[in-house]
Design a protein around this ligand. Structure first.
Ligand code: NDP
Length: 284
């Protein structure tokens, strides 16, 4: 079977260009979309992510407001800053780069963000909205996966989708989104018995585990669509996914590579959520 490679870079660029047009329209009506990006501490990976987000903001036309706080910042101080950002009418989205330093309670910090500015979709109000099918912000990686499936015209109705991983930011929300599109969804995790049997059933397989190359071609059903969310380093220090890409070629019908698969979609959907937040403000 011919395996087509899903080009996340291409689709994310299309989305960014579509958003550029929307931002221009908002600006013409007097709304300048603004995103506050808050980084606490010196985590080098986080610094790279934040830098990329600011760059993409600039490309799309979103004004980014940067807050870089030292590692020893108190939780109370961060909560005060969030309160100020919640009130600031120039800011439509608030992004707190995770992970936070250990002395901070991430759930408490996320809960302090105005749900209307929670462009990461991590607030329980937005997570709950997704659960009951109400409008709200969907977290960016799952939203990006759905956009890839849509733009590659993957029909989900009645399909057997298997999600490996049940985190709040990927596994759980992607399961709900697939369910919303009428798929039959199985959620797997570290306690799943016979993971191999579950994976073999999948018409669409989403893997978000964080273990390099744990899913191999021999575990798959012929023709499966494989979405690999993982971002790991292999034995040579190269970026790789949770799926062993090479062994899946010739078996999967569609597959996301790592890098240039799901990764670029996450930032594109963050921009999408920020534009949505600004547009919602316009409607108020
Ligand atoms: P978490 O560590 O929060 O969750 C991992 C999940 O995998 C858990 O539910 C865990 O089960 C499950 N798991 C762990 N080991 C196994 C196993 N052997 N068999 C089956 N399930 C297992 O990870 P995230 O969801 O945050 O991230 C997953 C991966 O995706 C990481 O590599 C991360 O870097 C990447 N990622 C990439 C993004 C992108 O933009 N491309 C964005 C977010 C994440 P249990 O609940 O039982 O412990």
């Amino acid at each position: 079977m011919e395996t087509r490679i899903i080009n996340g870079t291409l689709i994310s660029n299309q989305i960014k260009d579509e958003l550029k047009v929307k931002v221009k329209q908002l600006q013409d009506s007097g709304i300048m979309p603004g995103l506050a990006v808050v980084l606490v501490g010196d985590n080098s990976a986080s610094k790279v992510y934040v830098g990329n987000k600011k760059k993409v903001c600039e490309y799309v036309g979103i004004k980014s407001f940067s807050y870089e706080l030292p590692e020893q910042t108190s939780e109370a101080h961060l909560l005060e800053l969030i309160d100020v950002l919640n009130q600031d009418t120039e800011i439509h989205g608030i992004l707190i780069q995770l992970p936070l330093p250990h002395h901070m309670d991430e759930q408490k910090v996320i809960a302090a963000i105005d749900p209307c500015k929670d462009v990461d979709g991590f607030h329980t109000a937005n997570a709950g909205a997704l659960l009951v099918g109400a409008p709200g912000f969907v977290s960016c990686t799952p939203a990006g996966i759905m956009e890839l499936l849509k733009r590659y015209q993957v029909d989900l109705v009645g399909k057997k989708c298997v999600v490996v991983g049940r985190s709040n930011i990927v596994g759980k929300p992607i399961s709900l989104l697939l369910l919303r599109e009428h798929a039959t969804v199985t959620m797997c995790h570290s306690k799943t018995k016979n993971l191999q049997e579950e994976v073999k059933q999948a018409d669409v397989l989403v893997v978000a585990v964080g273990v390099a190359k744990m899913i191999t071609g021999n575990m798959l059903k012929e023709g499966v669509v494989v979405i690999d969310v993982g971002m790991n380093r292999d034995e040579n220090g190269n970026l790789c996914g949770d799926v062993d890409f090479v062994s899946c070629e010739g078996i999967a019908s569609l597959i996301t590579p790592v890098p240039r698969g799901v990764g670029p979609m996450t930032i594109a959907m963050l921009m999408h959520n920020c534009v949505q937040a600004a547009a919602m403000r316009k409607e108020k």
